[in-house]
Structures are given as C-alpha cells and as structure tokens.
Design a protein around this ligand. Structure first.
Ligand code: ADE
Length: 421
C-alpha cells in the first residue's frame, strides 16, 4: 500500500490475524455460501462501503464477503476496546482493506477513525451502535447525499435510529439487521450469553458455581447471560423495569427484585439493558465487599463508572481488565473492562457460529439496499421474512439438521377456517 490509508497497531501482527480469520471462517458456512454467490453476481460492484463494527475475526470474514461482492471497503471500530489488533493488521496487510482501529484507542482517536471512514464517501454504511450514522447526520451531513442506505447490527443502535426517525432526523433508509429473527434470537441470546461469561472468566478466573449473580435486564442478551450463568451453577437474580419481561424471568425460575435489594445479595453483577446508571454509586455502596461489576450492553453508560472513580479513595489494576476500587467505607468493588462491553474487551466477542447468521444478514442487507435503491423511504426497515428464512435454511443445512415440509393437505388446513372441533 503506497500511502498510509489505515491506522492499526502493528502490521507485524498480521500473520496471527490471518490464522484467526481463517479459523473463524470454519464456523461461518452461511456467510461463505453468500460469498460464493456474491463473487459471481457482484451485487456491490463499484460501490464504497464504510463499516463501523467490532474489528474481530468474524467481522473480517464479513469484510471478505463484501469485497467479493465488488465493494471497496473501509472499516473502523465500533468500540474503543473491541478491536483485535492482529485481525486489523491482517485485513490491511493480507487483504488490502483499509482499517482504522486500535484496541484501547482514546475517544478522540475513536472519532478520528470514524471520520476516516466517512472521508472515503461511502454509498453504504454499516454500524454497530449507530455512531457512524449519528456522525453522518450531525457533523458530516454534506456526505448524506451520496448514501444509498445503511444497516445497523445491534439493539442499542436500532433504538437510537428509531429515536432519530421519531424526531424526523433520519434522512436515509436503514436496515435494522438486529430485528431479523436469525440475528437477535441467536447472536443476542446464545452469543452474548456465552461470550459475556467468557469475558468475565478470562478477566477474573472466578468460580461461578454457587455464587449469586445479578443480571440487569431480561431482553435477549440478558436472557442468554442469565441462562448461561445458571448453567454454570450460579444462583441468578434478575432485575427489570418491564413488567412482562420481569414476569417472564420469574416464570423462567429466576428470583426477580429491585436492584436496590439485589445489590446487597450479589457477588457478580452484569448489566445488559441498554440504559444509563442501571448500577448507581449507591447500589455499589450497598454491595458486599469484593463484589464484581461488569457490563455487556453496547455503551459504557450502564454502570456509574464516573461516580465510582470520583468516590473511590484508591484504585488498583489487579489484572488485565480488572480494576479494584476502594470506597471510603473500606469496601472494595471490582470493575471489569472499564464498564465497557466485557465480552469483546476481555474476550473475543460472540463465537463465529452465531456471527455467521448475523453477518449473513448484514451482507444481505447491503445487497437489499442496493437492489432497492431509490425505493426505500428514509427510516428504519426490517429485512423481508424470506431472507430470514433463507439464512435459517442455509444454517440448518450447514449443521446437518433436517426440515420437514408442509404437505398440500396441511397447507390447505392452515389457510382454512371451516374445519373445527
Ligand atoms: N459483536 C459481538 N460479538 C462479535 C464478534 N465476534 N464480531 C463482531 N461483532 C460482534
């Protein structure tokens, strides 16, 4: 590469990154299938696609799929702590894809990198958390006219986009990839469930069996976390604000209570709600000495880290991604990964087997936006059910599962009303 149209930690890490990308590819047969079709049909030929995603080995495989579709790509991180530096290096060195992402980058660099992606004047953008689209609609509005559409990966991003739409601020069509069933039912539940526990264990090496684990929220992500913590023998308490979800948690067999009560009982606390200050300073003050606090929601707003920083009389880094804060009372609180998403910061994010479906949806969303150029209204769109079913069928085939088909008699029965008791 003649000019330095990238910013990664160290290109000499590329060899390790390439092996990691190849390893992840083994778990992504659906994406591979789409990649083979894209290589023939070139649905993104001549277009520039700017992506703001967690720079992982799974994302690298998505980038290769989009490249095979004929797109020019530029990628930045969607979180300052989620980049796998060796993967970023390999994308630049081995695949000539410009990447702007360094694990641990400060906020200023994070936004500089987002701007570098927009400098490429993308016609399609891809987000995980909606930071790129938000920048596009605020400081870089001049670029909006080039954009055919965008896609969004995560629940938090979709919530932000719907708020923009409600405000009449969203000027382009955006596909909410998160809302595909083959995304949130698998990635959010099984992916977050496993990778969150993975991140917590890598950061702490604690035993979960017999511990009281408090999970804030009971959406798809927190359901997965609760389920997996219970599976490892933890005694799980759920906190919620939504009465239906709270009831669902109770009937799934979890204790459900207010955070102010749970704070006194928990050993490990995990947030995945998408909202702010779910664990406040007063909650932390009520926790038992030695409590561990982690977040798996997209933004680092769920735990009042600033309040903890201010109040603590001592802070020590104990291990990578594990800081101990001593409050004036002498109580110690352990915060993982600065309150940023623990599954990507302290571990490697969701396994490739679930990202396979999420990123198949992302690839199909890019194709869908181009195929429907000029026909989609500005606002949030969901991929057609047919595409969801295509992804599910490809995955079923890849895992060797059979699928029954309705007989003609069964189909007719389902669309009739005359036959009853
Ligand atoms: N989000 C959660 N896990 C991820 C992964 N492995 N790659 C990209 N984005 C993710």
């Amino acid at each position: 590469m003649a000019t330095k149209n990238y910013d990664v930690k160290d290109l000499s890490l590329a060899k390790a990154g390439k092996l990691k990308i190849e390893w992840a590819a083994r778990g992504m047969p659906v994406l591979k299938d789409i990649q083979a079709r894209f290589a023939k049909e070139k649905p993104l030929k001549g277009l520039t696609l700017g992506a703001c995603l967690h720079v992982t080995s799974e994302t690298a495989n998505l980038m290769l799929t989009l490249k095979s579709a004929g797109a020019s790509l530029v990628l930045c991180a969607s979180n300052p702590l989620s980049t796998q530096d060796e993967v970023a290096a390999s994308l630049v060195k081995d695949y000539a894809i410009p990447v702007f992402a360094i694990k641990g980058e400060d906020n200023k660099t994070y936004y500089k990198h987002l701007n570098s992606v927009l400098d490429a004047k993308p016609q399609i953008t891809m987000d995980d958390g909606a930071d790129l689209i938000s920048l596009l609609h605020s400081k870089r509005q001049d670029l909006l006219k080039n954009v055919i559409g965008s896609s969004e990966e995560t629940t938090t991003g979709v919530i932000r986009l719907r708020a923009m739409q409600k405000d009449d601020s969203l000027k382009i069509p955006v596909v909410a990839v998160n809302d595909s069933d083959t995304k949130h039912l698998f990635d959010n539940r099984y992916g977050t469930g496993q990778s969150t526990i993975d991140g917590i264990l890598r950061a702490t090496n604690i035993l979960l069996s017999g511990k009281v684990v408090v999970v804030a929220g009971y959406g798809w992500c927190s359901k997965g976390i609760s389920m997996r913590a219970r599976g490892m023998g933890a005694n799980v308490i759920v906190t919620e604000v939504d009465p239906v979800k709270a009831l669902e948690a109770a009937m799934d067999g979890f204790r459900v209570m207010k955070m102010s009560q749970a704070a006194k009982l928990g050993y490990l606390f995990v947030t995945a709600t998408g909202d702010k200050n779910v664990i406040s300073l007063s909650h932390m003050a009520a926790m038992p000495d030695g409590a561990i606090v982690a977040n798996s929601g997209h933004f680092n707003v769920e735990i009042d880290v600033a309040g903890l920083e201010k109040k603590a009389k001592l802070k020590r880094n104990i291990r990578p991604f594990l800081d101990e804060y001593t409050l004036p009372s002498g109580k110690r609180i352990h915060l993982l990964a600065d309150g940023r998403l623990v599954n990507l910061a302290a571990a490697e994010g969701h396994p490739s087997e679930v990202m396979d479906m999420s990123f198949a949806n992302q690839a199909l969303a890019a194709e869908y936006l181009v195929k429907n150029k000029g026909k989609l209204t500005a606002g949030v769109h969901v991929l057609p059910k047919k595409l969801d079913e295509t992804v599910a069928k490809l995955k079923l085939k890849a895992i060797g599962a059979g699928l029954d088909m309705l007989t003609a008699e069964q189909s007719a029965y389902l669309s009739s009303w005359e036959e009853g008791t």
